[in-house]
Design a protein around this ligand. Sequence first.
Ligand code: LR7
Ligand code: MN
Length: 654
Amino acid sequence: KKTSEVVVRSKDTEDLRGKRGAIAAGLRSKVEDEETNLEENELEQDIGDDGLMLPPYPKSRLKRWSVVPPVRPQGDSPGEMGKAVNIPIEQEKLMLDKFQENQFNLLASDMISLNRSLTDVRFEKCKGKQYPDLLPTTSVVIVFHNEAWTTLIRTIWSTINRSPRPLLKEIILVDDASEKEHLGKKLEDYIKTLPVPTHLFRTENRSGLIRARLLGAKHVQGDVITFLDAHCECTEGWLEPLLARIVEDRTTVVCPIIDVISDTTFEYIQASDMTWGGFNWKLNFRWYRVPEREMSRRGGDRTAPLRTPTMAGGLFAIDREYFYKIGSYDEGMDIWGGENLEMSFRVWQCGGSLEIVPCSHVGHVFRDKSPYSFPGGVQNIVLHNAARVAEVWMDEWGEFYYAMNPALGVRDVSGDVVVGRAGQVWQCGGRLEIAPCAHVGHVFRKTTPYSFPGGTGRVVNHNNARLAEVWLDEWKHFYYNINPGALNVPVGDVSERKALRQRLKCKSFRWYLENIYPESQMPLDYYFLGEIRNAETSNCLDTLGGKAGQPLGMGYCHGMGGNQVFAYTKRKQIMSDDNCLDAAHPRGPVKLIRCHGMRGNQEWTYDVKTRTIKHSNTGMCLEKPESGDVWKPVLRPCSRARGQQWLMQVDFKW
Ligand code: LR7
Ligand code: MN
């Protein structure tokens, strides 16, 4: 007699679950036996111990320099001393028209002198600082695509006017396939008149800022490479603190404080020295307030270099040799985005450090929109670049990125995977039939009663995309077109970047989170990541895109990640990016509040058996919305009601 066999998981299904699933599973099973450093333990700062050491610069390469006198204001010319330029009302129409071209007030920029004066925005203490008499030289690399004339040339002049001449080896311009007349012969002629050697290189085809910078860097002759965006203004004394820091330690990558040049008035506005770089689950760069921890590490000295977890990306200085040793840039990244986080993670994980030097200020024109095209689509490009960051550097935490962007469900389809059902049978010579004499009943239901870890949409998109990729040939485009959420955004080949990480013996992303960025919104340990579905209504918790302070909402489960992705963390928080479910009163409302990590109103206990989500402080349970406000979940005394049951697949043993 044959007993039936229960196959839990064959090797094949293991493979089909894909790398991401496996990684997530691995992470969650590890959760139990690992303590978070953040919570109970003291932070251990062992940074840069086994970094790539570089010998000090030979003295012969260093240059003697002296302080540059300030640029004098030129009468009452518009914008002097960094003042706002106001456009007369009769020119408003012209102003608005011109705004479209660059997404900043070009008319204002054109009115301002190419040599305009600025106020000295530094702390008093910075002005008196003594830097070494001998500093390395730098080449300033500026890449641009269709930049306006006045902003580009003002960037160049502010560099020339405010850098000690012996330290400024050259300016390297890289034109990334611009289509503007003024960036052609006119620019070539103009740079010949400059008092500092200035070289112009052009990419043959539009290659994006990452590869354009690589082209520029290749020609650098200075010992330090300083990158600037093409619409910046350097201020008094901006360069020497950067170079001085690099002389001290050639594995330090340094950024100035990036001040704001208003996109509407070109006013120079000083930025806070109390912000540093972070990032969210979607891998967008974000500014956050510097935590107390870093303030005290600096002994409260606001002029001391600030160790930042990430950088904005456009304005920084790096030792030329170190730039290459540490892996320059990921050449597989296109157009714009992601390279700043990639470099930030890489530098920290591979033994270097990343700092903001508060005595160095450079202004940048921040704008709301990009003025130029993204061949292939903004979304595709930015997601592509970010996916490469996730793949190479973020280990298990890449899962957060994918949860927020389930459209990226389809992963590597190489290898002889067998997927799909009907397709392969017919295409490979078999047949599939319905036998009309055989009837079997089946309970059809409207929604799936169980959860899809990672989100329904992602799982389904993933599987269907694999089906489409392998079996549908050119008809796969119908699938992607009808279902744009499943747009396949391939990461491309990241093997070289992974090899780099191996070669440099870089540390893990966990190390980075624990030691460099414990304040980040990446939970160190979590039980669950995905949608949280109500058992009675089958709707899902949804932030509705609300900012901190807004009430928690609900919506039809869409499986598209984003606002319906939550993490249930080991610290018993229910998080969405940097916000946590928070309740201050026994009957609600339940709000989204910036996670504070101190339990209190943000502690929730999920019971796998009863499926209830209980708020620790009030002892109340999360319940589906009531008839009044149908999209706002509430807190109610715990009962066995189905409306208090929530589906999430947690991997812990109670
Ligand atoms: O295809 C392109 N080719 C280019 O040469 C696209 C852009 N570029 C040039 C462009 O002309 C500009 O000089 O690259 C530079 C940066 O592009 P911006 O100014 O459109 O970008 P941004 O200021 O919005 O973007 C920030 O994030 C980018 C992510 O890839 C880069 O790292 C930018 O350098 C970076 N800018 C800053 O860090 C300044 C502070 C902004 C912030 C936060
Ligand atoms: Mn910019």
